[in-house]
Design a protein. Structure first.
Length: 423
């Protein structure tokens, strides 16, 4: 369900009933002209007859039901998280469009059956409403951006001092203002981890849960409760070098959604000794993790091999001898030089799919920090850390694609037979 509704809280803040009836849920349409469309959808109730009246009632039922669901969710009467109001109002808009279409048909066929009177004014009223309702949208289209936030957010973040290119970014905020998909956290917040500041298309879905997700949430929760002043150290094994707290979807002066975070969150992050705060703009706060470990950290041999996460959290800070540079897409491959008596800590879930090759020899893999792995080569030289997809996984994907092709061919064959049968 999170894939559909995201991680929004069960009782989000939604517009009032009057605004929902006018579809006024954004920066456009907040005027009395918004009533023109609902009124146009009501016209067939006064003019239509027979099946046209019945279809108008069906359409208006969709309209009322869609608005009612969004309003009930805003009152806290729906015990589940739901998508944004704009998504839930799509059926309502379709129902209103069906009713308005029946009004056009009623003007053409049913109006002539009535005596001359007030009903003959309905066509003029409907045309005026349809022409007036889109005026706010037309005005917003003059500058070409339709009041949608532009690239100000990315530009402001990129203008700040950049962290290492071998670390990840932790985003914290309401699901409505986060660009990437994440996991539900406390107080209606969502946490998301992306490989870089620029959120890509693949980052819009959280994917399958990983062992590190729960550990990151526990570390963040511990800091909020005042249990640590070294959150950066707790997040270091996950290569989280940046923490960005969002309270709005776009920085000022751009117009965007606003969703403040609890005051205790920012206060707890500010008190951390290994997080350096960078004020980006009102509603956007950035922290640099000064204790971060790279995605592929080069350490002295035995530094993290076999070490438990709790032991690491309370011990000394490991000295990083360097890092392997990312070479693959989405940071799935790394390369660098290893010296004697060194090991590589990979900040990824422990998996046999990851392999370190040093001068043609595969290094041994050992568990580290309860969720990841270290690699211990037998010698020194050029090191290549890469991820290889299991052959069984590739076979399953190929089989799935083949089944989709077979299903499509079956549907095409059935439709061909049906056309031949009708002939």
């Amino acid at each position: 369900w999170d894939w559909v509704a995201g991680t929004r809280p069960e009782t989000p803040v939604t517009p009032d009933l009057e605004a929902l009836l006018r579809f006024d849920t954004g920066p456009i349409g907040g005027s009395v002209l918004g009533w023109a469309l609902p009124l146009a959808g009501m016209i067939p109730l006064l003019l239509a007859r027979g099946p046209r009246w019945a279809w108008a009632v069906r359409g208006l039922t969709f309209y009322v039901a869609g608005v009612a669901v969004v309003w009930a969710a805003g009152q806290g009467w729906v015990p589940a998280s739901l998508p944004r109001p704009e998504v839930l109002l799509v059926p309502a808009a379709l129902g209103l469009a069906v009713s308005a279409a029946m009004g056009v048909a009623a003007i053409e066929r049913d109006l002539r059956t009535y005596r001359f009177g007030w009903r003959q004014l309905m066509p003029v009223t409907a045309v005026a409403g349809v022409l007036l309702a889109p005026l706010p949208v037309v005005v917003a289209s003059f500058d070409g951006d339709w009041d949608v936030p532009g690239e100000e957010f990315n530009r402001q973040l990129e203008a700040q001092p950049a962290g290492p290119d071998t670390t990840r970014v932790l985003w914290i905020g309401h699901d409505d203002v986060l660009s990437g998909g994440g996991r539900a956290f406390d107080a209606g917040l969502t946490v998301a981890v992306t490989p870089e500041l620029t959120v890509g298309f693949a980052d819009r879905w959280a994917g399958t849960p990983e062992p590190g997700d729960q550990l990151v949430a526990e570390a963040l929760r511990l800091a909020i409760e005042g249990g640590t002043s070294r959150l950066g150290r707790l997040l270091a094994p996950f290569a989280i070098g940046e923490i960005i707290v969002l309270e709005q979807s776009a920085p000022a002066p751009a117009v965007g959604l606003s969703a403040p975070v609890p005051d205790g969150l920012l206060a707890a992050l500010t008190e951390q000794l290994d997080l350096a705060q960078v004020e980006v703009s009102p509603g956007v706060v950035r922290y640099h993790n000064t204790a971060v470990l790279p995605l592929a950290a080069v350490l002295d041999r035995g530094t993290l091999t076999g070490v438990a996460l709790r032991e690491y959290a309370g011990g000394r800070v490991p000295v990083t001898a360097g890092a392997l540079a990312p070479t693959g897409d989405r940071r799935s491959a790394f390369e660098g030089t290893l010296g004697p008596d060194q090991e590589v800590y990979a900040s990824v879930p422990a998996s046999a799919a990851w392999r370190l090759v040093v001068d043609g020899q595969v290094a041994s893999r050992s568990p580290a920090l309860d969720w990841s792995s270290t690699f211990q080569p037998n010698g020194s030289g050029l090191a290549e850390l890469s991820h290889r997809t299991d052959s069984a996984h590739r076979l399953v994907i190929a089989l799935q694609a083949a089944l989709w092709v077979i299903a499509a061919l079956g549907v095409l064959r059935l439709s061909t037979r049906a056309r031949e049968h009708r002939r």
